[in-house]
Ligand binder design. Structure first.
Ligand code: TYM
Length: 328
């Protein structure tokens, strides 16, 4: 039997090449070998305010991005999280064993809710990792392919799963492991190599959206900050260049040493032009595929995906509720 992977993306902003290289590119490589459940995490998106029309549009866009990137719906179960209401139910159940102390440790919450922001931070935003834990244990995931900002959430998933199993005396949940790209698990912002590339960034020049006009993406790369020095060398004391070389390597499947060799004796301008060509070629191919997929096609894939995922979720909730003593 194939091992299972589960992962998702929130429809809360424009997807960028960090999401692609950190998450989606891994999924594409894994879809043959693993049984995959990939969803659009719309219940997670609403933990910060979303305009209804944006949530709706982006949910469909993300599913289209999965397909355009090469996720094959005949092998992979692609669905919208909110269409399987068992996700919300399992979150509530896991809330009964999650502790405030567990959630207060979460970096994402700490970063966005320090000082005065704490008073106004949403309860859903605080509880976000519990919902995510439910998404993962619901389908008995062996692995969760994600970028490194999600690893702490997967550790919490294991903690909650273990606590539940111990308390209710059964191995109803299995322990998932995070899977990270060797490099690319953390693509940094183009204008600041200390910050990760993020869809909630207010600075457009910090990320390349998958929907960016290729020539706009080229300009962003040419403007990307670089470090002092002139040589194209991958090194920890040149974090901006390191990030650009990583992006280059991932899009071309070249080794870092090959890229360094290609640019011996050449400067940053030539390197950036080369990288821009690579990114532009990727975006053109990707966007052509994206444009060829209709909304109706996407909706049909999502319907079929929900029909495949739902019986598993229903079965899991049934087992869990029985163990806990609910009258069924
Ligand atoms: P989200 O929507 O913030 O990000 C989607 C995926 O993209 C990865 N990622 C990155 N990878 C490399 N470099 C970056 N700069 C970068 N930025 C984002 C993220 O690590 C993630 O893999 N909580 C999740 C969604 C979710 C989920 C789940 C994931 C909900 N339930 C269950 C896995 C399993 C999130 O907000 O991802």
């Amino acid at each position: 039997m194939k091992q299972r992977i589960v992962s998702g993306i929130k429809p809360s902003g424009d997807l960028h090449i960090g999401n692609y290289l950190g998450a989606i590119a891994q999924w594409i490589k894994m879809q043959d070998e693993y049984e995959a459940f990939l969803f659009i995490a719309d219940l997670h998106a609403i933990t910060v305010p979303q305009k209804p029309e944006d949530l709706h549009r982006r949910t469909i866009e993300i599913a289209k991005i999965y397909l355009a990137a090469g996720i094959d719906p005949s092998r992979v179960t692609i669905f919208v999280q909110s269409q399987i209401h068992e996700h919300a139910e399992l979150c509530w159940i896991l809330n009964s064993i999650a502790r405030i102390g567990d959630l207060e440790k979460m970096t994402q919450f700490k970063d966005k809710s320090s000082g005065d922001a704490r008073e106004t931070a949403g309860v859903g935003f605080f509880d976000y990792p519990v919902l995510m834990a439910g998404d993962i244990v619901m389908y008995d995931a062996d692995f969760v392919p994600v970028g490194d900002d999600q690893v702490q959430h997967i550790e919490l998933t294991r903690t909650l799963g273990r606590r539940f199993n111990k308390r209710f005396g059964d191995e109803v949940f299995i322990m998932p492991k995070p899977l990270l790209q060797e490099s690319g698990a953390r693509i940094m912002a183009l204008d600041n190599p200390d910050k990760k590339m993020s869809k909630s960034s207010t600075s457009e020049n910090s990320y390349i959206a998958l929907s960016d006009e290729p020539e706009k993406a080229r300009k962003k790369i040419m403007k990307a900050v670089t470090d002092s020095g002139t040589k194209i060398i991958y090194s920890d004391d040149k974090p901006a260049l390191q990030n650009l070389i990583t992006i280059y390597a991932l899009f071309t499947d070249k080794k870092v040493s090959e890229i360094e060799a290609m640019y011996v004796g050449k400067g940053y301008a030539e390197f950036k032009t080369g990288l821009a060509d690579v990114v532009v070629a990727f975006l053109e191919g990707f966007q052509e595929k994206y444009a060829s997929i209709s909304d109706d096609e996407v909706l049909a894939v999502l319907k079929e995906g929900a029909e495949k995922a739902r019986p598993l979720a229903q079965q899991k909730i049934k087992e869990v509720k029985k163990l806990m003593g609910f009258v069924m």
